[in-house]
Design a protein around this ligand. Structure first.
Ligand code: NAD
Length: 305
């Protein structure tokens, strides 16, 4: 089988070596399309691919139509909103992600952003500590659980809400489960977003919700920019000069947010999963999932069932 790795932003070479080892030892052929600049390059490369590994690359109906032999696409990462999963399903193409492989990387970045925020973006003025503060985790998935683990090391009091994870699972992890997201914002000094971008969550982080936060509240977004209602959050930051917003996902309105000097920070590029470990783990997991699919039809991580 021909396995195409199509990445606008390539994997690190150690990850590629690991992917190659997995794919070739299973008797398949590995083809690389890295740093492509034109979608036509992807349309050409995908023509005879049986499987494809992508990162944040867009897998559109045009790509799926061009991929006449494609049976499986694996997104090396957690979020798969860059793939038209419904259209893939109509073409009989299995779409998978590699859940959990970059969760620790994202969780550690949350605390990098948080320490930076409570220490006033290192402006030399006295800040506050995280110990004893209430941290709210919105969505207790792979990243949310890692955030909870690290937060305990900081001595934070941890709360979580997840629309689909039962309260007893949250409580068993030593985290307070709250009944809904409003209560999470009302209760916590810091709220960290870990919801996927779905029709229900898009623009759900709005004025009314974030305005529930106590004085000095901090909002951290390492989920997706689409979950934020940007015009409403901008208005709230203008109305309340006690709130801070830090993110590794630059909002569309970055320039407008940047006016809130000392209360807003975005990393220049999405950085949550940008570690050697996450890169390696996700790439190798993707290769192993493709091998398992061709070996015995395994679709354990399918997201378009
Ligand atoms: P996950 O699938 O393990 O967890 C998502 C959780 O969200 C699940 O527990 C689910 O029950 C919950 N959920 C879904 N809809 C909800 C809703 N409406 N309200 C409350 N909870 C809801 O995913 P993950 O690995 O924890 O990643 C979370 C998100 O973080 C991803 O979807 C991705 O968009 C983003 N992410 C960003 C980076 C980055 O580089 N910043 C890296 C990895 C993931």
């Amino acid at each position: 089988m021909k396995v195409l790795v199509a990445t606008e932003k390539p994997f690190a070479s150690t990850a590629i070596n690991g992917i190659r080892k997995e794919i070739e030892s299973a008797g398949h052929e590995l083809v690389l399309l890295e740093k492509y600049t034109d979608v036509q390059q992807l349309l050409d490369a995908v023509k005879d691919a049986d499987a494809m590994i992508v990162r944040s690359d867009k897998v559109t109906p045009a790509v799926l139509d061009a991929a006449k032999q494609l049976k499986i696409v694996v997104r090396a990462g957690a979020g798969y909103d860059s793939i038209d999963t419904a259209y893939a399903k109509t073409k009989g193409v299995v779409v998978e992600n590699t859940p959990g492989q970059n969760s620790n990387a994202v969780a550690e970045l949350v605390f990098g952003l948080l320490v930076y925020a409570v220490r006033n973006f290192f402006n030399g003025k006295s800040g506050t500590e995280l110990m004893g503060k209430k941290l709210g985790i919105l969505a207790f998935g792979n990243v949310g659980r890692n955030v909870a683990r690290v937060a305990k090391g900081f001595g934070m009091d941890v709360y979580a809400y997840d629309a689909f994870c039962p309260a007893n699972v949250i409580e068993e992890a030593g985290v307070h489960a709250v009944a809904n997201q409003e209560e999470l914002f009302k209760t916590c000094d810091v709220v960290s977003l870990h919801i996927p971008a779905t029709p229900e969550t898009k623009e759900s982080i709005n004025y009314a919700l974030v305005n529930q936060m106590k004085k000095g509240g901090i909002l951290v977004n390492t989920a997706r920019k689409e979950v934020i209602n940007e015009p409403e959050l901008l208005k709230l930051l203008a109305d309340r000069d006690d709130l801070k917003f830090v993110t590794d996902i630059k909002p569309d309105a970055d320039e407008a947010f940047s006016k809130f000097e000392g209360r807003y920070f975005s990393t220049p590029k999405k950085m949550g999963a940008q570690t050697a470990e996450a890169n390696n783990n996700a790439g190798i997991a993707a290769a192993r999932q493709i091998n398992a699919f061709f070996k015995d039809g395994s679709t354990k991580f399918q997201v378009n069932k």
